[in-house]
Design a protein around this ligand. Sequence first.
Ligand code: FES
Length: 240
Amino acid sequence: MTIPRTDAAQVIVTANGPYIVTGHVSLALLTIIIDAHGGSEEWARGEALPTKAKYALCRCGHSAHKPFCDGTHAKIDFDGTETASRAPYLEQAQVFDGPVLALLDAEKLCAFARFCDPNGRVWNQAAETDDPQVRAMFLRQVGNCPAGRLVAWDKAAGAPVEPTLPISIGLVEDPAEGCSGPLALQGNIAVIAADGFAYELRNRVTLCRCGESSNKPFCDGTHAAIKFKADYPATEQHMR
Ligand code: FES
């Protein structure tokens, strides 16, 4: 395929191949930190890896130089067929209503980061969002969902409440599960399908990099079941 020349931050999904990242997008480890009860509490962002303006990230899960592509996808006949819905998020999401904020939930996008679980679970918190303390917890936990499966909705404003995130790609690490996770795209990075379709622009998106998601190009949490492990650090010399 022809890769468009652009300086915009975007990720192009190539047919049965890697993700091509353009636009000087910062790339760093993004690790789930847990609380005293083992619940996902916050993110720790690592130092940015050295990268060029454009680089190729492994999508099949089998590169020897993860997170970068080394061409292994061709040797293993990787099937990267994109199967995810192309409907806008609001059409995919279920609504869990609350007095001040509602919770929107598109379950198929779950990346199994588990920020939704602590403090009584966000689905229950939504019903108590007239309590400022619960509301703050709810917004923090929902905003930490890397996949954008969960979105807080301000009923008075009629708009989503989104955290401010730097334009970056996080290489998710999940020590509590003993595995590596997806690519966490933050800050409205465009995702372009192999056939040129532009997925809806979103502040939070997780792309599969273990190769096993049933909802490609998005992560569906399978990396945890297969205990996907990435090797670090690699450098841009492994760029194709
Ligand atoms: S990285 Fe999550 S399913 Fe592949």
